[in-house]
Design a protein around this ligand. Structure first.
Ligand code: SAM
Length: 271
């Protein structure tokens, strides 16, 4: 049975899916990213994905599916996983329009039992997914379980330093301690972009940089890269965040033999 908090978040995303899709339409990126993957994948990600053609890739918490379409454009055999069936239905229509054959699977990232162990070459996740998830460790353990030995885990999440500020035009004011993980409970409407209050419950979690790295290190993987990147500030962020990193990228490889441990030659920490 689905965890109660995830069930509420699922209801929220099912209700918000239409307006989320409208936002994606106004950007228009989903139509371009299969030809221009750099619109949604940074240089480091593209470097690690350079041989992804023909490989089996799973995107967890696929949302607007822009990354899914970019990976399909790079020639991967992609599986798109999301908790919200409405998000998946919209993405499936879009995949048809783009001419891609993608497998869409409704599942919770903390329970990927629908997939066998070791069935993907790459598992990609990020772009505001983990903020909805109660159990970061189980999420990444599941992500790595479905990876083949030697497969790549790519986590590219909104940087935790950006989550703690009060809405303000020109001053940075801390609203909640960096160390307060939540859950943060909101009563919202389906107008996700307008942040309008309403009768839908949503629960968010503010994981720290240390939480992310520790969770990946506790899986059967070794770290290849930790990279903070991006400097853009969008209107919806509501605070003057210039100078703070936008994304935290973690890339790790599943060990070929159990407990091979970290390969220090491979680690390029750029914290
Ligand atoms: C903000 S989107 C992130 C994906 C993409 N970057 C985007 O902007 O659309 C969040 C997505 O995570 C999904 N999601 C939330 N909780 C989830 C869970 N426990 N398991 C799988 N997907 C989940 C939501 O349904 C939503 O589609």
């Amino acid at each position: 049975m689905m965890n109660k908090i995830h069930l509420e978040n699922k209801k929220y995303w099912d209700a918000a899916a239409k307006l989320w899709a409208k936002g994606a339409d106004s950007r228009g990126t989903w139509k371009r990213c299969s030809q221009e993957p750099h619109l949604v994948l940074c240089d480091k990600e593209l470097e690690y994905l350079s041989d992804v053609c023909g490989k089996r890739v799973c995107v967890l918490g696929s949302g607007d599916n822009e990354v899914v379409f970019a990976l399909a454009g790079l020639g991967s055999v992609v599986t798109s996983v999301d908790i919200s069936q409405n998000q998946l239905d919209i993405a499936e229509e879009r995949a048809k329009e783009l001419g891609f054959s993608i497998s869409f699977v409704q599942a919770d990232v903390t329970d990927l039992s629908t997939f066998e162990c070791g069935c993907f070459d790459v598992v990609y996740t990020g772009g505001h997914v983990v903020v909805w998830v109660t159990d970061l460790q189980t999420y990444y353990l599941e992500a790595v379980r479905i990876l083949k030995p030697g497969g790549l885990l790519i986590v590219n999440e909104y940087h935790p330093f950006r989550r703690i500020w009060k809405e303000s035009q020109d001053t940075l004011i801390v609203e909640s301690s960096y160390f307060k993980r939540g859950p943060f409970e909101y009563d919202l409407s389906e107008d996700i972009l307008g942040k309008k209050p309403g009768a839908l419950k949503s629960y968010e979690f503010h994981w720290t940089v240390g939480d992310y790295i520790s969770a990946v290190m506790k899986t059967d993987c070794h770290l290849l890269l930790i990279h903070e990147h991006g400097e853009e500030v969008a209107d919806w962020e509501g605070a003057p965040l210039q100078g703070l990193p936008e994304f935290l990228l973690i890339i790790a490889r599943k060990n070929v033999e159990q407990s091979a441990g970290a390969d220090s030659e491979d680690v390029a920490a750029q914290l």
